[in-house]
Structures are given as C-alpha cells and as structure tokens.
Ligand binder design. Structure first.
Ligand SMILES: Nc1ncnc2[nH]cnc12
Ligand SMILES: [Zn+2]
Length: 322
C-alpha cells in the first residue's frame, strides 16, 4: 500500500485532469453534444492524434474563470486526500482563448481554485504555461512573450507539449530563450512520441532542468549517462506511456533502468482520467507492479520537491513536510 506515502506531482495537464462525469456536466451546461468523445463514462480515443482531439473537446466545455476554478479545486482536493503535498499544473491559455476566455481570466480562475484548495487542504500548487507545439513556432513564441511579462506569483514555469512529431525542438528555441531570460523554470515534453534524438535536442538547445517524459532516451545509452551526469529530472508518467503505447507493457517500461543508471526521476499522472489512472494509482503501480520499495518511491517524491518551480523558502517548507 502506498496510500500512507506523501506524494508530489510535477506533470499534470489541467484539462486532462477533468473526469468524464464533470465533462458531461459541462457539456450539458453549454448545450454541446459529447457523444463522440465520452462514452460509457470514459473518454473515447485510440491513438495520440485522437487523444489530442478528445482533449481539445474536453477543454472546449470549460469556458469561464469559474469553470476553471472548480476544476483546479476539485483535482487538487482529490490529490490532497491521497496525501499529496505539492502539484504542478500544466495550463494552456490557448485552450481558454479558443472558447473566448482571455488568458488573464483563464489563469485567474485557476489561481482561485488553487488558493481555495490550499486553504481547505494545505496542498501547495504552481502553474506552468504550456505552448502547444502543433499550433506552430510563431504561436508558441507569442505565448512565451506573454508568459515572460505576465507576472503572477503562482505561474512559475514554461513548457511545450502537444504533437512532438511536428517540427523540431530547434524551432522553439527563441521561445525558451525569452522565458529563461524572464526567470521562469523550464521543462519540455520530449522523448515521448519521438525517440532519443528529441531528448538530445532538448538538452543541446534548451538546457531544461526537467524533461516531460524523456523516457525514450533509453534508446541511447550515452544519452542516459548524460542525463544522469547533468542531473536532469525526468517527469515520468508510466500509466500514460502504457496507454499511449510508448511501451507495450510495464515489464518493458524503462523507469527501473533510469533509476539504476542514476537518472533523477519522478512519478506523474499526465492526463489521469484519459489514461484510467491517478497520481495515487501511479504510486501504487510503481510499488506493486514495477517493484519499487517505499524508500525508492520516497526518493522520487523528494526529487519532485527538489525540482519544483518554487521559491527556496517554499521548497524547504515542503521538504520539511516529507
Ligand atoms: N502526454 C502528452 N504529450 C504531449 N502533449 C500532451 N498534452 C496533454 N497530454 C500530453
Ligand atoms: Zn504531458
């Protein structure tokens, strides 16, 4: 049992945390037909492309600051009940803009939900701005420029996600240069749909402290050594990787090999209800299916706090809670 273990999560997309039942309520509220994307209480998709289409549908039924506040508060409360002390939420203002919600209101709503959850449960949370890679380098650059000047105490990082098979990391370097200069923490989705070259590009060109997934670095032993030497933290999402068929099963998932190689890793849920998982379930799977001891899992939680995009007093307070 891992329910007694303290937990921390660095990699969860906020719209991807919406349970199907809540999405149905939202669809009803806005008179939208959900039947293509929610069936028998589950999301409908069968590969990365249809997953993104389903994700975009879910995002499209969250339309106001209040909708986003309720979503964030509900997700963080669920995490806190599972003994989670810290969460980083990936947020994409492009999804708000697509339904006419200005970025300030999108972030403001999420911040209200985060503060309400903190008041109720003590869970600490920060937001990481996502540029959607498949919207193209110009869109991501514009998002980075906005993020660099948008001063919000709970917005502490920048990331790119979405369709990794479109363009190369090099195309997004100007965006990362801008947010690095602005002092935001940097993480980047790489080595999920694309192979080791994508992780190598990220290290060469973006120099992030963390990588989202990064798991296909396992295809290149020199790159694994380089990750270990640099101390780059991987935000590993095993349930997502299995659901999206990045690896066929847990036996072939490389988490254990990264740990053995001295790579710093953390456990994450990515888009929990899409992948029939949760942060608690990821901890349980790491223990029961992947064979990690409580000490090894606690080390991953500690790594998450060490790599969190928070100020030092907050980091020390979180470490003291472990
Ligand atoms: N697993 C994932 N990979 C890339 N982009 C995403 N957006 C939401 N989930 C994602
Ligand atoms: Zn992700």
């Amino acid at each position: 049992m891992t329910s007694h273990l303290k937990k921390a999560e660095l990699h969860c997309h906020v719209e991807g945390a919406a349970p199907p039942a809540l999405t149905l309520v939202q669809a009803e509220k806005y008179s939208v037909d959900p039947t293509h994307f929610v069936r028998d209480g589950a999301y409908v998709w069968n590969d990365f492309t249809s997953f993104i289409a389903c994700y975009d549908f879910v995002a499209s039924v969250f339309r106001t600051a209040e909708d986003y506040a309720a979503l964030a508060e509900a997700y963080l409360t669920e995490l806190a009940v599972a003994n989670t002390i810290y969460s980083e939420l990936f947020i994409s203002p492009d999804h708000g803009e697509a339904v006419g919600l200005p970025p300030d209101d999108y972030v403001g709503g999420l911040a209200a939900g985060i503060l309400a959850a903190r008041q109720k449960t003590g869970i600490e949370c920060r937001m990481v701005i996502i540029g959607e890679r498949h919207l193209g380098p110009e869109n991501v650059l514009a998002r980075a420029k906005w993020a660099a000047t948008f001063n919000h105490p709970l917005v502490t990082g920048f990331n790119i996600a979405g369709e990794e098979r479109i363009n190369r990391v090099a195309d997004y370097v100007p965006a990362f240069d801008i947010v690095r200069e602005a002092g935001l923490g940097i993480t980047i989705h790489a080595g999920e749909l694309c192979g080791a070259f994508s992780v190598a590009d990220a290290l060469d060109l973006v120099r992030p402290s963390r990588i989202g997934h990064g798991v296909r670095a396992i295809e290149d032993a020199d790159l694994v050594r380089r990750l270990a030497d640099l101390g780059t933290v991987l935000e590993v999402c095993p349930g997502s990787n299995i659901a999206l068929k990045v690896f066929p099963d847990y036996a072939s998932h490389p988490l254990r090999r990264f740990v053995d190689a001295g790579v710093r890793v953390t456990l994450n849920s990515d888009d929990p209800p899409f992948f029939h998982t949760s942060l608690a379930a990821e901890y349980e799977t790491a223990s029961k299916v992947m064979g990690f001891s409580d000490d090894e899992i606690n080390a991953m939680t500690r790594t998450a706090i060490e790599a969190a995009f928070v100020d030092e007093p907050t980091r020390q307070a979180l470490l003291a809670r472990l």
